[in-house]
Design a protein around this ligand. Structure first.
Ligand code: AMP
Ligand code: MG
Length: 424
């Protein structure tokens, strides 16, 4: 038995997190595209370029409630000596005046309305007063000077015709969907979301519906992974739990691979007697890319390709499972959807406590970041143990501590990976 354990440990070639990430990304294939209704495009990745079919605004737009005028008519105007102009029309937003403004005239206009022909400025209401002329005409007394172009948005000032408005690969958020809507794009070409099969292994696992039993734990990792995959933009599919039997496990994984885009397993990748995922990867006809990463928790994190699909075999320990999926599954899924055109920025924070543990491997610790006097700080939360699920609830970042013989001192500047809606 010892001999077998040693073999499992020593046959593994530990690679760095950066190298492992590169090996994953090298194997990522972009998903096909699909057309979805505008509302369903939120959060998805645009798969085409949006070129402006017309300029925006597409008419000269008033930026104020007031009067459309010829700027030259206001040249002599002041509070003490207003200039009177004849009000000849009224344009609410959405309407267009049929008149062409002549010198000495003005047209009442609302914000967002089309500035009439002949007018070259809009003077806001606050700088005017209305009165009736002697012949019953309506007059506007202009109490100040307006410059040509004042309060008028010219055609195309925001977007010119044929300009690239959205690049393929952008994630559709508030600003992007507003532009799609503005240009009348009601169905959108987006990358398909990868469907990710989640398989939990471990004879100790109960289903969520099951009553607790001595020595048994409920399968919580599948749901943790489902939430993370949803946050990354994928579609999680929680499969039946896998029994501790390498033959059945292999069959179940094979079936999952054929029916999904990606497979993620949890548990059974380390050196225990029942770590069947390891056995599966030793006996399959797939490509085992790595099975040890220089990181903690989750050093036995395993990745391979089988039937052309990516398979991630993550540790069963909850924190290790999460770290593995955050570090490797996330970029893979994002890459499949061509999301993240801009690489994630490196975010640095100051450690507020000593972290004494020495290590050869990089540690990823559940942490809490906060802002103190304009400075980002971070400290570990809870017990620093990979078996502790509750730390994930409390963490809003992972603190990354590259291997160091002496640990880290309070005040050290360290990299963090924000979590929880900020950058899941
Ligand atoms: P393993 O990676 O299979 O050696 O499991 C390591 C630890 O994680 C053990 O304490 C398992 O009981 C626990 N564990 C494994 N899989 C799960 C799961 N799906 N949900 C919750 N805990 C798990
Ligand atoms: Mg196990």
């Amino acid at each position: 038995m010892n001999g077998r354990k040693e073999l499992k440990t020593f046959m593994r070639n530990a690679i760095s997190v950066a190298e492992a990430t590169r090996l994953v990304l090298d194997r990522v294939r972009v998903m096909p595209t699909e057309e979805v209704p505008l509302m369903q495009s939120i959060g998805r990745t645009l798969a085409v370029e949006l070129v402006a079919p017309q300029p925006m605004p597409h008419f000269r737009r008033s930026g104020m409630d007031g009067f459309a005028v010829m700027a030259a008519d206001t040249k002599q105007a002041s509070i003490g000596s207003p200039v009177s102009l004849h009000i000849v029309d009224n344009v609410p937003a959405g309407q267009v005046s049929t008149m062409t403004l002549q010198p000495g005239q003005c047209i009442r206009i609302m914000t967002g309305a089309a500035v009439p022909e002949g007018a070259d400025a809009v003077i806001k209401y606050e700088m005017t007063a209305e009165e009736s002329g002697p012949d019953g005409t309506e007059l506007c007394k202009v109490k100040g000077v307006v410059a040509i172009g004042e309060n008028v948005s010219p055609i195309g000032v925001e977007i010119t015709e044929k300009e690239t408005v959205l690049c393929s690969g952008v994630q559709i958020g508030a600003g992007e969907i507003a532009l799609l809507a503005m240009f009348g794009i009601h169905t959108v070409q987006v990358y398909k979301q990868p469907r990710v099969a989640i398989l939990a292994t471990g004879a100790e696992l109960l289903r969520v519906e099951d009553a607790l039993a001595p020595g048994r734990v409920r399968n919580s990792n599948s749901y943790m992974l489902a939430a993370a995959i949803t946050a990354f933009g994928g579609i999680p599919v929680v499969m039946d739990q896998v029994p501790d039997d390498a033959v059945i496990a292999k069959q179940m994984i094979r079936k999952a691979i054929l029916e999904h885009d990606v497979v993620v397993t949890t548990g059974g990748v380390s050196v225990g007697d029942h770590d069947i995922l390891y056995d599966v990867t030793q006996e399959w006809d797939g490509d085992l890319v790595f099975n040890k990463v220089m990181m903690r928790p989750g050093s036995p994190t395993t990745f391979g390709m089988w039937h052309g699909k990516l398979i991630f075999a993550l540790s069963g320990n909850p924190a290790a499972c999460y770290v593995g999926c955050r570090l490797f599954l996330r970029p893979a899924l994002r890459g499949m959807m061509v999301a993240d055109l801009i690489p994630e920025p490196r975010i640095m924070a100051t450690l507020t406590v000593n972290y004494a543990k020495s290590d050869r491997f990089t540690r990823f610790i559940c942490g809490r970041m906060s802002e103190q006097a304009g400075k980002l700080t971070a400290a570990p939360v809870g017990y620093d143990m990979s078996s502790v699920t509750v730390s994930l609830r409390d963490a809003n970042c992972l603190i990354c501590l590259p291997g160091s013989p002496n640990g880290y001192q309070e005040g050290a500047l360290v990299e963090i990976i924000p979590l929880k809606g900020i950058c899941e």
